[in-house]
Ligand binder design. Structure first.
Ligand code: FES
Ligand SMILES: [Fe+2]
Length: 389
């Protein structure tokens, strides 16, 4: 027979063994950063934007990911095609603009006018003759993997990306009750933080900092005010197992419905959400290394990371609403945007604080505390990704 304390221990989420953090220089060493770009950012599915950003046939967008330049173009069949933004002749960039619509169904290199179709096949060169052994079929654009899912565009700079169905920590259909595909980007927030991209994810993966750093959020989500993400993060959780209060069970404080300044919904709540989803107030879906989505009852928040250097990361937050909400004259977006911007600014500040202290000579590495078990999982993911051949 197990004693109560054994059962507690089995169900407890927290770490029970002393656990070390990553080496301090993993957060600023340029060689480590380059390794992570090569092994993680250039091999996994990376979120780049919404399908509506490249909506019509012949619409295109360019993006930069590390030192890689990407060109996305929608072909005349409506399929989104992705290429390295590089000509096969002498390697010129094909497209300088960040977005636009092509005049014809072709991509023409601005240097010596090689012409490609929108599937990336080389149609013709500008040479008067071709040398024997040269075949246009051998010089298509360098293709990348592209996936459109629920209105979100992901790319992978490899022919053999990991299975798309597994890119989130939850099943792909977890937010099926939210009309993701039809939602409209109502607002975008851009923020550059002076910290390594891994520091952002570490901070995202724990709430030990919440009581001190996020006073307003901790009032909205009472369990965060206890420094915990969920019920079983408390080693004594079973003592409160029958208490439905959100400070033990998680979810929003009583009377609140969404993440906003006053806890009230600003938009029209999505019909079809379950009671559980409504009570939770937020469903997080995370896709390392580039994005997390949060389903709230009246909007969806999309937070994308883009490393800009070993100690610099861009955050882009997209707020998705229904078209009805955006058309509603009484809708006040500031209630949502100001609140989440406050939380994000608080997080950005501690990420920068974390980065600032890392170069102390004696600080070889930090410690991962019991509540930071998801930080530990992130480190395990990182090690596995770096070791993957
Ligand atoms: S580099 Fe593109 S045609 Fe010469
Ligand atoms: Fe935070």
């Amino acid at each position: 027979m197990q004693s109560t304390s054994d059962i507690d221990k089995l169900a407890y989420n927290g770490l029970t063994e002393h656990t070390e953090g990553l080496p301090a220089d993993a957060y600023y060493d340029p060689r480590q950063y380059e390794r992570e770009m090569q092994r993680i950012w250039y091999r996994n599915w990376i979120y780049v934007g919404r399908s509506s950003d490249v909506k019509s046939a012949r619409a295109f967008r360019t993006f930069e990911l590390g030192d890689q330049k990407i060109l996305l173009v929608r072909d005349d069949q409506g399929i989104l095609q992705g290429f390295h933004n590089t000509c096969r002749h002498r390697g010129a960039a094909l497209c300088r603009e960040s977005e636009g619509v092509l005049r014809t169904a072709s991509i023409i290199c601005p240097y010596h006018a090689w012409v490609y179709n929108l599937q990336g096949d080389l149609l013709r060169t500008s040479s008067k003759a071709h040398a024997s052994g040269f075949d246009v079929a051998d010089f298509p654009l360098y293709r990348i993997s592209v996936k459109e899912w629920s209105g979100f565009i992901f790319v992978a700079l490899t022919d053999a990306p990991p299975p798309f169905e597994k890119i989130f920590d939850l099943p792909l259909n977890r937010l099926a009750a939210w009309p993701l595909e039809e939602l409209v980007v109502g607002h975008v927030l851009l923020k550059t933080i002076n910290s390594n991209w891994k520091i952002f994810w570490e901070n995202y993966n724990e709430c030990l900092h919440c009581p001190g750093v996020h006073p307003q959020l901790s009032r909205l989500v009472p369990i965060y005010g206890r420094g915990l993400l969920e019920e079983r993060d408390d080693p004594q959780w079973s003592l409160h197992a029958d208490d439905a209060h959100p400070k033990f069970k998680g979810g929003l404080r009583r009377g609140a419905a969404t993440w906003s300044l006053d806890g009230k919904t600003t938009g029209i709540p999505f019909p079809g959400l379950s009671d559980t989803d409504r009570q939770a107030g937020h469903i997080y879906m995370t896709s390392l290394p580039s994005v997390f989505l949060v389903g709230h009852v009246d909007y969806v928040r999309v937070v994308r990371l883009l490393p800009l250097g070993p100690e610099k990361t861009e955050l882009r937050v997209e707020y998705l609403f229904s078209a009805q909400t955006l058309a509603d004259p009484s809708f006040d977006m500031r209630n949502v945007v100001d609140f989440t911007n406050l939380v994000m600014t608080e997080d950005a500040q501690v990420c920068e604080l974390n980065q600032m202290g890392l170069r102390a000579g004696p600080h070889v590495r930090g410690v991962v505390m019991p509540e930071e078990y998801v930080v530990r999982q992130f480190h395990e993911w990182l090690h596995a990704e770096l070791a993957r051949v």
